[in-house]
Design a binder for this molecule. Structure first.
Ligand code: GCU
Length: 852
């Protein structure tokens, strides 16, 4: 438990020093004087470290506590060499064993802790006691104590805190290859790798140590730095030495290191003729390799394996089972105490014309027959839903089909299908829906989190837990977005205790990250808690998935890309209806992979909740939902509601000006404004697409009816010409204009007279920010410049870039409070640069408060 009660609200706080986010939620910022003053005298003045070895977690706990007191209270703690077990002026930190040695016996509650657990006591009348079951637990307890203090919480507490699960890992998808000398990250949106560059481990691992600190404070106990699409070259002597340096950087924080493996390594780098997991030479090769790893990294956590998935090699090549493959690694790490995280993300390309084909069935089809066949140090790592990190999925049925195996849930902190950190989406509520889902195993209550905790009808499974795909990068704020860090924080907290509340975690994070101002807390709470519903609303509703371009960027809208290919992320939309029929009676049978009580709900249209109805059923657009709306009208309404919510975010954020440092204020504001604009691109693209496909009009007359817009293609064009946009629904009116000359044009413009009543307006311009290139635009009213912008989003947002006019490059800029007389002329000049031909889609002349 991390405390959420007892924090103090301060009225006026002067926090203005520029901050770059490097310390995340571990800033140890000074608390306001009025908050601290009443407690100053009762604060401890010294630290007693029991059994502290430099480079180990108890020693680190001392460093953190010292730093924390200095930062929060400007107070230097003395280092007490001789433990006084009764002094009320010290903090005693150590393991339960060390405490017993030094002070007689440890408190009873500290004696029954689980691995990594801790006991924290801040009651008056004695020392602050932070006692870990192991050294790592002592460090976790220290971070807990600091988290309380940093939030102005001086309450007296005494409690034990234990992890729900032993496996609490961070996965990184960092590549060893290089992108112009930098390590790239698959689905990373916060800069280049902090681990690799130029096909090797970086020589300077300062950022890794800084990251270790953050992970440790949220009780992540192991990390895999390299991509699951693994490069076998990581196994070279030189690179294993590099991995050992990475492990050295994490060790002081109690974070162990693991590694993703390429299944074919014995052949590709080992010189063997095979990588058959039952072949003696292959087994020997992995055994020796594993010994070499442990020689360098004695506390190595284990292997992570993606096999027979998306082109990766695996045991099936040799007609061996996935369990044969997993167990081969398990046997290699077993003598060293390591584990194998074996991914269940295994599926094949499918035939779109086969109505029974379903990628959502794949994991259970592959793994159910193997349940009970995995060695006891294998953990099957299962993505939360049956497909792939979509905005809404049901819990994976595999959790209910692996009752004799260890299981971990895979969550994605990096927002691959969820706005790539350019859209604010607080993910804890999504994760909690899955964790709190009752799978009704044997018709009894089994939440997904119970399964992860090893609770099973027959025999408890000892291992299990969480793997989070994090993908932080070299950006100083780690994920590219300050606000996205709440997801990393909540991930760690949930892995420790899956019953934590989304809002409580968020609020702790907010106070730690931005200080105690109640307005800041309110705004961040409101925006964050609305953000996942908003994103779901303006991307993909009713369980149809994120309607993004699934073939490339996974970012902007492209609903047609879902269907007609072998990837199986299908919506099966046609002119009459939409959704996958996953029923047993008439569809792919996927509903039947769930235990009977759940299957009965998903099998039946009447019983399936609206938010998953298109996941399980193919329905006419005119089908009436439980809400009373039709499928198509729900689409329209949800998209308008979601985009409206996103419009409110920057406005809310602007109320915080001066209440936090300008650096983070501006950084967040830029992103929220971008998101507000891009949510309109989403809204219009999806509404237009299904409006065209279904031929059914919006009851509220909004779709396709944009009274405030002037399409660029209808304006007077000088040096500009019409350009196709693909998919066309990502342009208002289906087309855009680009400065002619393929990028060499200058002095190109579009203009129009404004037939609006005289008054004050906001002028929004929708354009495309294409890569590479930095076009420049200016906007003028009657030849007087009122604003300018540059196509530099690629430098400011870490999302996948796009080199075309599409839903990923579409963006909006708004100029506020422009005075216009009826008949004035608006003109936009565009100067192309590189591949960016200063593209324009439309102008919206908006009476104040109107969005179009
Ligand atoms: C998604 C993602 C890939 C990743 C894969 C995985 O498909 O787009 O980049 O490799 O998941 O989880 O293995």
């Amino acid at each position: 438990m991390i405390l959420t009660r007892g924090f103090v609200v301060a009225a006026s706080l002067g926090l203005v020093a520029a901050e770059n986010g490097l310390d995340g939620w571990l800033r140890y910022a000074p608390l306001p004087e009025d908050v601290v003053a009443p407690h100053l005298d009762s604060l401890p003045s010294g630290i007693v470290l029991l059994d502290a070895v430099e480079g180990q977690p108890v020693f680190t706990a001392g460093i953190e506590l010292t730093k924390g007191f200095r930062g929060i209270f400007s107070k230097d703690l003395s280092k007490e060499v001789k433990p006084d077990c009764n002094s009320s002026s010290v903090v005693i930190i150590g393991t339960a064993d060390a405490y017993a040695d030094a002070c007689g016996s440890a408190p009873a509650e500290a004696q029954g802790l689980k691995a990594d657990g801790f006991w924290l006591r801040t009651d008056s009348g004695g020392p602050v006691q932070i006692i870990g079951q192991n050294a790592r637990g002592a460090l976790y307890g220290t971070f807990e104590y600091l988290s309380m203090l940093a939030q102005g919480n001086f309450s007296s507490v005494s409690y034990a805190s234990n992890p729900a699960v032993p496996v609490r890992w961070a996965n990184h998808w960092d590549n060893m290859n290089n992108r112009g000398g930098h390590g790239s990250i698959e689905r990373g949106y916060g800069g280049d790798s902090i681990f690799f560059a130029n096909d090797q481990v970086l020589s300077n691992l300062t950022r890794v140590s800084q990251y270790a600190r953050l992970l440790s404070s949220i009780r992540i106990n192991a990390i895999v730095p390299n991509n699951v699409n693994a490069d076998a070259n990581l196994l070279s002597d030189k690179n294993l030495d590099g991995m050992a340096r990475i492990a050295d950087a994490f060790r002081p924080y109690g974070v162990q290191v693991g590694m993703s493996l390429n299944f074919a390594s014995p052949q590709s780098v080992g010189g063997l003729s095979t990588f058959d997991p039952l072949d003696a030479s292959v087994i020997k090769w992995w055994g020796q390799k594993t010994d070499q790893v442990y020689k360098r990294i004695p506390d190595f956590a284990g292997y992570l394996v993606k096999a027979n998935s998306e082109g990766q090699p695996g045991p099936i090549t040799y007609h061996r089972t996935l369990a044969d493959g997993a167990n081969m690694f398990a046997k290699a790490v077993k003598p060293h105490g390591g584990i194998v995280m074996f991914r269940a993300f295994v599926y094949d390309q499918l035939d779109y014309n086969d109505k029974k084909a379903d990628r959502a069935n794949a994991a259970v089809e592959y793994f159910r027959p193997l349940d009970g066949k995995f060695d006891d140090n294998v953990v099957v790592q299962v993505k939360y839903g049956p497909i792939d990190f979509q905005v809404r999925e049901p819990a994976s049925p595999l959790f209910a089909n692996l009752l004799k195996s260890n299981a971990a849930i895979e969550l994605q902190v990096t927002q691959e299908y969820l706005g790539q950190q350019c859209h604010l989406v607080y993910l804890a509520p999504l994760w909690k829906e899955i964790l709190d889902f009752d799978l009704r195993v044997n018709n009894e209550q089994y939440f997904v989190r119970d399964i992860l905790e090893g609770k099973r009808p027959e025999k408890a499974q000892p291992l299990g837990g969480f793997a989070g795909v994090v993908n932080v990068g070299q950006d100083l704020n780690w994920l590219g977005s300050h606000l996205a860090m709440s997801n990393l924080y909540a991930y760690g907290r949930l892995a420790w205790n899956p019953t934590e509340g989304s809002e409580a975690m968020l609020q702790d994070w907010t106070r730690l990250t931005f200080g105690l101002d109640p307005d800041v807390l309110d705004v961040i709470t409101t925006m964050s808690m609305e953000s996942w519903p908003a994103y779901e609303n303006y991307t993909g509703n009713l369980g149809v998935q994120t309607l993004t371009d699934i073939l490339h960027t996974h970012y902007g809208p492209n609903p047609a890309s879902q269907d007609g290919n072998g990837w199986g992320q299908w919506t099966r939309a046609d002119k009459n209806g939409i959704g996958m029929d996953r029923s047993v009676a008439s569809g792919t049978g996927n509903a039947g992979q769930y235990p009977p009580a759940v299957a009965a709900v998903y099998e039946n249209v009447e019983k399936t909740p609206d938010n998953l109805i298109l996941w399980f059923h193919h329905l006419p657009y005119t089908h009436k939902l439980k809400s009373g709306s039709t499928v198509i009208q729900h689409f329209y309404d949800a998209h308008y509601a979601g985009a409206a919510a996103a419009q409110s975010f920057p406005t809310l954020w602007e109320t915080l000006k001066g209440k936090l440092d300008d650096e983070r204020y501006e950084h967040v504001l830029y992103r929220l404004r971008y998101q507000a604009g891009h949510s309109l691109v989403w809204r219009d693209a999806i509404c237009t697409f299904y409006n065209k496909l279904s031929g059914i009009r919006d009851d509220h007359g909004r779709v396709g009816n944009h009274t405030h817009r002037i399409e660029a293609e209808t304006m007077r064009l000088s040096g500009y010409s019409r350009s196709n946009v693909s998919p066309p629904e990502t342009a208002s009116g289906g087309v855009a204009v680009t400065a002619s000359g393929g990028g060499g044009g200058s002095g190109s413009s579009v203009s129009s007279s404004l037939d609006v009543p005289s008054g004050t307006y906001d002028i929004a311009v929708n354009y495309y920010d294409v890569n590479p290139g930095k076009a420049k635009w200016e906007i003028l009213i009657n030849d007087e410049k009122i604003g300018a912008w540059t196509g530099d989003i690629e430098d400011r947002l870490g999302k996948e870039p796009s080199d075309a006019l599409d839903g990923h490059s579409a963006a909006r800029v708004t100029f506020r409070n422009v005075t216009i007389e009826k008949g004035d002329t608006v003109k936009i000049t565009g100067k192309a640069n590189g591949n960016e031909a200063a593209p324009l889609d439309y102008i919206s002349v908006l009476p104040l408060g109107v969005v179009d």
